[in-house]
Design a protein around this ligand. Structure first.
Ligand code: 5AD
Ligand code: SF4
Length: 479
């Protein structure tokens, strides 16, 4: 097997390669890790490079430019990047032997956090660019033609959003009927375990009308659902046309006016920034979906204090009660960290107890991972991995049971479902319920983009299976 084939086989084994036919002068392969904001940033990088003559490909070995848009949140996410770069080095060398040049760009939070170190660990990398300066990518790539190791991890004064190219309508359609839009970036909370305030910087909000214009463009291409994203999105305070500051509730109300937009979601939120106007919006705004990702991280007051979360267990319980009073059917989701330094068995049991009390429809849970430069990494009472692993299993078992129970209770009900794409089997289509559950049913591809009524007939744990009720109009957000 040649180095080229070997690299391809390795990459395919990691499940990334897909077929593509078209040929064009320059090809771009972008791979994103981590959160939704990276998915969004990766799309914007592709939009930015389209006018430079780069067309996206899903076939790695035909790419003249490979961008890894990286995540630094936990050690494993970070280390994955360097193993992928090792494979890319082999591919780059094989392509060079065939007379083809390949540029490798490392973008995202690992780029921000590791900077120069990336060139030292992997010489095949051409450009390292941080999340706040990727609008300069075309210029950086031009510089890379004549010099090695081009680095830009600035937090520039200018907003990257003023320099990004809008996606073409065809490109938007290819990406589907549900889209992300960044409203806010960065975080001022400084939870002691988290790298985000260092990699993404201080909280910044985009102006209301700038976001509305982006959403209008998405809607014109057929997007029906937008998820407003930000590292701490409910701290949103974007400028209004009259020079004031808008809350997230005001932004969701404004985006609901965009013709074609039927559903609005937002993620991710800090409990401390869940203000009254946003809670009321869940009661009053029919476009706002009854699903809320509201990370609590732990159910123990002493751990919450050590995490610098600025809320305690009672605050969270009271907040959830207020939210449920406003929107009784709201489905809640959370992030949890087990094995934070100093976490005792009692602390952990308090987390299990909080989960029992609240009842979550969905959740993400992680073993604590010490991140260089964060305050918690310097704490002496780190928890052994075996203890973390045991706790995580127990926690996930409880969360899985809650998720399955939440999904099972949908059986027999009729739900509104936004049809997003073909299902896995022929004749099947797939969409999402208002509660963000994947729903599969028999149906034609012409239903993509429609909100349809579906009778849920069974639950497969993670997905629901249903029967289309073509005669019934959807109930939510009539338009
Ligand atoms: N270790 C483990 N999990 C972490 N998260 C953030 N930082 C760490 C860390 N150092 C989790 C939190 C956060 C989610 C995005 O990732 O639960 O809400
Ligand atoms: Fe990280 Fe905490 Fe900010 Fe979330 S709120 S991004 S966990 S520092």
């Amino acid at each position: 097997m040649s180095g080229f084939d070997q690299a391809r086989a390795l990459w395919e084994a990691s499940g990334e390669a897909q077929p593509s036919q078209a040929k064009s002068p320059r090809r771009l392969f972008v791979k994103s890790y981590g959160c939704q904001m990276n998915v969004y940033d990766a799309q914007r990088m592709a939009d930015l490079l389209a006018p430079e003559g780069y067309a996206e490909t899903a076939v790695l070995e035909e790419a003249d430019l490979v961008i890894l848009n990286t995540c630094h949140i936990r050690e494993r996410a970070s280390e994955k990047v360097f193993s992928e770069l090792g494979k890319l080095r082999v591919l780059k060398a094989a392509r060079a032997r065939a007379g083809r040049e390949t540029r490798i760009v490392v973008a995202g939070c690992v780029a921000q956090a590791e900077g120069e170190e990336i060139f030292r660990r992997q010489r095949a990398v051409d450009v390292v660019v941080g999340p706040q300066s990727y609008h300069r990518l075309p210029a950086l790539l031009r510089r890379a033609e004549s010099s090695r190791a081009v680095l830009d991890t600035d937090f520039p004064a200018e907003s990257k959003f003023d320099h990004l190219a809008a996606p073409g309508l065809r490109q938007i359609r290819k990406r589907g009927v549900a889209a992300f839009v960044t409203a806010q970036e960065g975080c001022d909370k400084f939870c002691t375990f988290c790298v985000v305030p260092y990699t993404r910087g201080a909280e910044v909000s985009r102006p209301v009308e700038e976001i509305a214009a982006e959403v209008a463009r998405l809607a014109a291409a057929g997007v029906r659902e937008v998820c407003i994203i930000g590292q701490n999105v409910n701290a949103y305070h974007g400028e209004t046309p009259d020079g004031g500051a808008a809350s997230l509730a005001l932004l969701t109300a404004r985006l609901a006016e965009v013709p074609g937009i039927a559903r609005i979601r937002y993620t991710t939120s800090h409990p401390g920034d869940m203000d009254e106007s946003l809670i009321k919006a869940h009661r009053d705004q029919p476009h706002l979906m009854p699903f809320l990702h509201l990370p609590v991280q732990s159910g123990s007051d002493s751990i919450l204090a050590a995490m610098n979360r600025k809320h305690n267990r009672a605050d969270y319980i009271a907040l959830v009660a207020d939210i449920r009073a406003a929107r009784p059917d709201i489905a809640l989701s959370s992030d949890f960290i087990v094995g934070f330094p100093g976490e005792t068995d009692e602390d952990f049991v308090a987390t299990l107890d909080l989960i029992e009390k609240i009842g979550f429809a969905n959740a993400f849970s992680f073993k604590y991972s010490a991140r260089p430069g964060t305050p918690a990494a310097a704490l002496r009472n780190q928890i052994p991995d075996a203890v973390k692993a045991k706790r995580l299993l127990r926690l996930q078992d409880l969360l899985d049971r809650q998720r399955h129970a939440f999904n099972r209770q949908m059986v027999g009900r009729v739900l509104d479902v936004l049809i997003e794409k073909p299902g896995r089997h022929a004749g099947q289509i797939a969409g999402k319920s208002a509660y963000l559950q994947p729903v599969l049913m028999e149906g034609g591809l012409d239903r993509i983009g429609e909100i349809v009524r579906v009778e849920i007939v069974s639950s497969g744990g993670n997905s629901l299976f249903g029967r289309l009720l073509p005669e019934e109009p959807a109930q939510e957000a009539p338009r």
